[in-house]
Design a protein around this ligand. Structure first.
Ligand SMILES: Cc1cc2nc3c(=O)[nH]c(=O)nc-3n(C[C@H](O)[C@H](O)[C@H](O)COP(=O)(O)OP(=O)(O)OC[C@H]3O[C@@H](n4cnc5c(N)ncnc54)[C@H](O)[C@@H]3O)c2cc1C
Length: 620
């Protein structure tokens, strides 16, 4: 299918924004699970704290997506072709080149390479706006994210000068080739080799990669291979002799993107294309994953909010039994849940990126990629949290949205069908959500065991409270005091549970994945609820939507309590010796009951749903 080339983008390439305003009171919140031990914050970084300059770039992206991408989604899905600089090319690639003209391919690239050199918060805010167009976003992300960011972070000056300007302009399209037919989650177990040539001028690349986004049309790839027996990364010209591209995968979603295998047979790669040092694969792959996970979480958040908007519009126009279906109590329940999930996710995403950016700005040279990478690495747990929470919030919202559409949700004419199919892969790539839960719980185990966070002190305080029989709700004053007290009490219960789980699994942490995933799930739900509370509280009671924010927060807190109870009981029944079990369960119940909010959640949900209906969708 051939289409007319899209019109040139109307917007000009904007100036580079850097640095969100300091907005958090989380001085004690260390990365790597520090939230467990720190006091409940009353204020965190949030989208409302983004500067006008930061928002301006997202507005440019938003206009582009709405004006150029959304109207062509069907053609993108059908892999339509248009006239390009070198003859016919896929429409989606033409749109990537157009996006490059307004800076969307070079947001995080240094100015010296023609990039915008924007800060991480801006980049993530832009990722959120690239919503509901996953085929385009995946193509763009594989090019300017995982396909270019390794060069930004780890490339030599010569490599940056050689590659980044051409990637920034999308003259060359990039990809990232880590996965192989024999290994995906076990990312460093690849078998591809890059042997040094006898004259030492090049490597000879042999092997096979699998599931490579942009595989059929990328000009260049970051390819992982063994050099001198050590897993390393190379920048590979994919037009070189010996490169074969596999057939397109017939996928469930993101059908407009390309996913193919790549076969390398005796491909000559100049030695100067080694990225970083020999043996740097783990360093490069994991740091790129942290970045990619965060971005994916933001993109999923954007799609979840979009799904809420279009569902509200649908439910307002669709009638049953003589009334718009949005007025039915059960639909209000689902709508309120969607809004509360998205609000908690939003709060979590911006809180974390604010902390990361704050720490980057505190580095001696915030523009030094190595210093940026070092900060990001410390937030590996939080990046995994954003990825899991974002992708699964989107799944849950879409599942509700589809049902709220009735039969129309099942039909292609309505967007939600595509959004739901597209969302599935978000739970698979950048590390499956299982693997991310393993990462998350592993980081908690490590932080607690190594004393990297003051977890011991926090748990000791809980034990002292239990010994003293002091189970009154924590004393908190001011607006949202009962909610803040409840969150503080839940944090105590969570810490107590984490300690019991860690003692229970002992040296079997790698085997006891179910218990540790319970730790991850409980921590994740808590972190989201705590973020929602601090987000709402930070904006204050005078915020025009304060009441609705408070209701969304209440629902998130209730969910965190329920998740903690579910995961905690499940784990305790497994890890606690039978003689200690009754006491352990009773103690857990006492901690869970502390500060419980006796609130009418039916009314909370009705209020929140009606707020969303009045505002025409997700309004925060
Ligand atoms: C559309 C698409 C695009 C992709 N794009 C790229 C790309 O551009 N570049 C690239 O390099 N890769 C890409 N991938 C690959 C993707 O990253 C992998 O599919 C993913 O990491 C999972 O690997 P796998 O498919 O081999 O599954 P496996 O590793 O075989 O996992 C199968 C199941 O086992 C579980 N599992 C595995 N190990 C463990 C463990 N230790 N503990 C508990 N459970 C475990 C997993 O969670 C999963 O449920 C893409 C994949 C898809 C589908």
């Amino acid at each position: 299918m051939t289409q007319t080339a899209p019109a040139p983008a109307p917007a000009q390439k904007p100036r580079a924004p850097r640095g969100p305003a300091a907005f958090s009171d989380e001085d004690e919140a260390l990365p790597g699970g520090g939230f467990l031990a720190a006091p409940v914050p009353r204020r965190v970084f949030c989208r409302e704290a983004l500067s006008d300059e930061q928002k301006a770039l997202a507005e440019v992206a938003e206009r582009f997506v709405q004006g150029e991408v959304w109207p062509r989604m069907e053609a993108i899905e059908e892999k339509a072709e248009v006239d390009g600089p070198n003859g016919k090319e896929p429409l989606v690639i033409s749109l990537v080149r157009q996006a490059a003209e307004i800076g969307l391919c070079s947001i995080e690239m240094p100015e010296s390479a023609g990039g915008l050199d924007a800060d991480l918060a801006t980049a993530m805010h832009v990722a959120e706006t690239l919503r509901a167009c996953a085929s385009f976003a995946a193509t763009l992300g594989a090019h300017n994210g995982i396909g270019a960011q390794p060069i930004v972070y780890f490339g030599s000056d010569a490599q940056k000068a050689a590659w980044l300007p051409r990637l920034a302009s999308a003259e060359k399209i990039s990809c990232y080739a880590l996965t192989e037919p024999g290994n995906g989650s076990d990312a460093l177990a690849g078998k591809t080799t890059a042997a040094r040539s006898p004259d030492g001028t090049h490597f000879v690349l042999d092997g096979q990669k699998q599931f490579i986004t942009n595989g059929s049309w990328a000009d260049v790839g970051i390819v992982f291979a063994h050099v001198d027996g050590k897993y390393s990364a190379l920048i590979v010209d994919l037009h070189a002799e010996g490169v074969t591209r596999g057939a397109e995968e017939k996928k469930m979603g993101i059908k407009g993107s390309s996913t193919t295998g790549l076969v390398f047979q005796g491909v000559k790669v100049p030695v100067e294309n080694l990225l970083g040092e020999v043996g740097d694969a783990a360093k490069i792959a994991f740091n790129i994953l942290y970045h990619g996970r965060m971005k994916l979480g933001f993109a999923s958040l954007g799609t979840a909010k979009h799904a809420i908007d279009l569902t509200v519009k649908f439910m307002q126009s669709r009638r049953a039994f003589g009334r718009p279906i949005i007025e039915f109590d059960l639909q209000e329940r689902k709508l309120a849940e969607c809004v509360a999930w998205a609000y908690a996710c939003d709060s979590l995403c911006y809180r974390v990126v604010g902390l990361v950016e704050r720490d980057i700005q505190a580095q001696p040279d915030p523009k030094d990629p190595q210093q940026q990478v070092a900060v990001l690495r410390r937030y590996g747990l939080e990046c995994a949290a954003i990825k899991v929470h974002g992708s699964e919030t989107c799944s849950r919202v879409l599942y509700h949205a589809l049902r709220m559409h009735g039969g129309y949700g099942f039909c292609q004419e309505y967007q939600v069908e595509r959004l739901m199919r597209d969302n599935v892969v978000e739970t698979i790539y950048e590390g499956t959500n299982d693997i991310n839960r393993v990462v998350l719980s592993g980081a908690i185990v490590e932080s607690c065991a190594l004393g990297a966070i003051p977890f011991r002190e926090r748990v000791e305080a809980v034990h002292a409270r239990l010994r003293a029989g002091d189970l009154a709700a924590p004393a908190v004053e001011g607006w949202l005091a009962p909610e803040a007290a409840r969150v503080a009490a839940l944090k105590d219960a969570l810490c107590w549970f984490v300690e019991e789980a860690l003692i229970g699994v002992g040296g079997d942490a790698k085997v006891e994945q179910q218990v540790l995933c319970g730790v991850a799930d409980a921590a994740l739900a808590f972190l989201a609820a705590e973020s929602a509370l601090a987000h709402t509280h930070g904006l204050g009671a005078a915020d025009p939507q304060a009441d609705a924010r408070a209701d969304a927060t209440r629902l998130a807190i209730d969910e965190a309590g329920a998740e903690l109870a579910r995961c905690g009981r499940d784990a305790l029944l497994h890890v606690t010796p039978p003689s200690l079990l009754p006491d352990a369960l009773a103690t857990f119940e006492r901690l869970l009951a502390r500060g419980a909010l006796a609130q009418d959640l039916v009314e909370v949900r009705r209020r929140l749903a009606r707020h969303a209906a009045r505002r025409g969708g997700y309004s925060f």
